[in-house]
Design a binder for this molecule. Structure first.
Ligand code: SF4
Length: 351
């Protein structure tokens, strides 16, 4: 046990941007609602000082729900034979991007399961087409793990950012969540590859994963501290009924908020999106996440008939402010807590 008050640890994290893994573990094991409020207040201040009242608006297109992998917690896993699979056409993707761009999204996220399609030239052509049509937008990919050559090709085609959650920074815990042929070491290698190529990289974890301990989350924070991603991805674990870990309880929303605040203090300038799993965990999920330090909101641009099929977990919201049609209501809701939605794209990633 560490003989320092939690508020002192949080203050030190805020002042110095660093804590030891044991100190993170102590915080995560013993924090109280008052400690969490303290972290939230500091994280809110840091985010306001950096970006004022602005919240970046990204748009997400779920381009396909095929996946070659079998992560034990995910509804898109290859073995889920009951899931109807889809792949959007290039025109559907460009139309979705155009609608997002028209409504102010200046980062376009192309997201899909991990499949060999990323190895095909078709994905290059798609990225190139998006780049040509929306030259002021940043293109972020979330397409899973691939080879260095593939990452390089997709970057050359015009992608700027790559989102690849590290899931958990503990090797043994990683092995409890994934089939044996994919390892934590390989995931970290991928993240380093992406950085060496020139991408702005998104890394991050899920709060409340099965078998997760405070030590694991402390290791996640220590990993972010050393890797220093440009984008931090902090989600809440939500079970997928058709996955092997589908009977496990969902992660805690309030714990996720605490972790989001710690990440904001750790990486004051990081892009910190409100992921759908967080937004959907509470009726005021986005507002509370913003107050905890989030600075990116990312409505879904996918054509509505496909949104329910992109279901890595149960209970994903496919209506209301989570969609691009709801962006005016989203702007109103954020206005009510003193924020405005703004674009952010190529100027932030100029090579
Ligand atoms: S988490 Fe990603 S890689 Fe794993 S099964 Fe789901 S979509 Fe595929």
């Amino acid at each position: 046990m560490i003989d320092v008050a939690n508020t002192d640890l949080i203050d030190r994290l805020s002042a110095e941007g660093t804590l030891a893994v044991d100190e993170f573990e102590e915080l995560l094991s013993t924090y109280t609602p008052a400690d969490r409020d303290h972290a939230t207040r500091l994280a809110y201040r840091v985010a306001r000082d950096r970006l004022g009242s602005g919240l970046y608006l990204w748009g997400v297109v779920e381009i396909a729900n095929h996946c070659a992998r079998d992560c034990y917690y995910c509804g898109l896993r290859a073995s889920n034979a009951g899931l109807e699979r889809f792949r959007l056409t290039r025109e559907e993707i460009l139309t979705a991007c155009a609608e997002g761009h028209r409504r102010g999204c200046r980062t376009l996220v192309l997201q899909g399961g991990e499949e060999c399609a990323a190895e095909d030239d078709g994905v290059d052509e798609l990225i190139w087409a998006v780049r040509k049509r929306f030259p002021d937008a940043a293109i972020a990919l979330a397409l899973g793990e691939h080879t260095h050559t593939t990452y390089q090709r997709l970057y050359a085609a015009g992608a700027d950012r790559y989102l690849l959650g590290h899931v958990t920074a503990d090797e043994a815990h990683y092995a409890q969540l994934h089939p044996r042929r994919r390892t934590w070491a390989h995931r970290v290698e991928s993240l380093k590859d992406l950085r060496s190529i020139g991408y702005q990289v998104g890394a991050g974890m899920l709060v409340g994963l099965p078998h997760q301990t405070p030590r694991h989350l402390a290791q996640d924070l220590a990993f972010l501290q050393s890797f220093r991603p440009e984008i931090a991805l902090v989600g809440t674990f939500r079970p997928a009924p058709d996955a092997p870990l589908g009977d496990q309880p969902a992660g805690s929303f309030e714990r996720t908020l605490f972790v989001l605040s710690l990440v904001r203090l750790l990486l004051p300038d990081v892009l910190l999106p409100c992921l759908t799993s967080v937004a959907c965990a509470h009726p005021r999920g986005r507002e509370l996440a913003v107050m905890a330090g989030v600075n990116v909101l990312a409505p879904n641009l996918t054509p509505p008939r496909y949104q329910a099929l992109y279901a890595p977990y149960a209970g994903k919201d496919t209506t209301g402010v989570e969609t691009i049609e709801g962006v005016d209501r989203l702007a109103e809701r954020m206005g009510a807590i003193g924020y405005r939605l703004i674009g952010e794209g190529q100027e932030a990633v100029r090579r």
